[in-house]
Design a protein around this ligand. Sequence first.
Ligand code: PEP
Length: 256
Amino acid sequence: MSRKVIIAGNWKMNKTAAEGRELVEALKAELTCSCYDQLDIVVCPPFTTIGAVVEAARGSRIKVGAQNIHWAANGAFTGEISADMLKTAGVEYVIIGHSERRQYFGETDATVNSRLKAAIAAGLKPIVCIGELLEEREGGLTEKVLTTQIRGGFDGISGEKMAEVVVAYEPVWAIGTGKTATPDIAQETHAHIRKELAAMFGEEVAAKVRIQYGGSMKADNARELVAQPDIDGGLIGGAALKADSFVALINEAMGK
Ligand code: PEP
């Protein structure tokens, strides 16, 4: 089963509109070869930078994602952004349940599930993050934690819709720390995730779901990670903030 590799940059709380536009212009200048069409390249700026980035990316091979979405269509939810707001702003992808949202903003598997349903209903392409803490890995709880996140986060989603969801496996201990899961450890964990997806949605759907790795992925390790049979790309933090490091990583992921 061949799955299209997806490399997504999560800019987190970085880049003003002008800085975001500048980064996209620099990426466009580098990503001219039609060979880049063999993968999906996504950038996920903060909300206030989305408009400028959508405009700069228009007509290019760079797709735009958001970093969060609220489950309600509208209403008294100060500080939140709806699916319709993202859609009409030109957003195609949305990150849901990033570990920083789980850690600092009370995100749970139940809220991930609600956000996922809103994204799917609006026709957005969700990137749902799951991953274990260091103490959970050290305590031998990785598979149990991931299974719980998968069962809770994907509850009530049809197989047809699930096939289009991107799952980002991000071991929390590897995010922004410079520590990366070895390709073997990452592969073993991705295989577990796919097995759990198969138990929930069937083998055919599980074989279609793209599972990204995230956690200190950079040009140095991208090739070996993406070469693993169950690793279908990466969700990138730090290395996505500069055109040269993001393009170098993309090239390595493509085996270029
Ligand atoms: C992330 O935040 O999704 C991430 C993977 O960050 P970094 O690449 O900086 O570890």
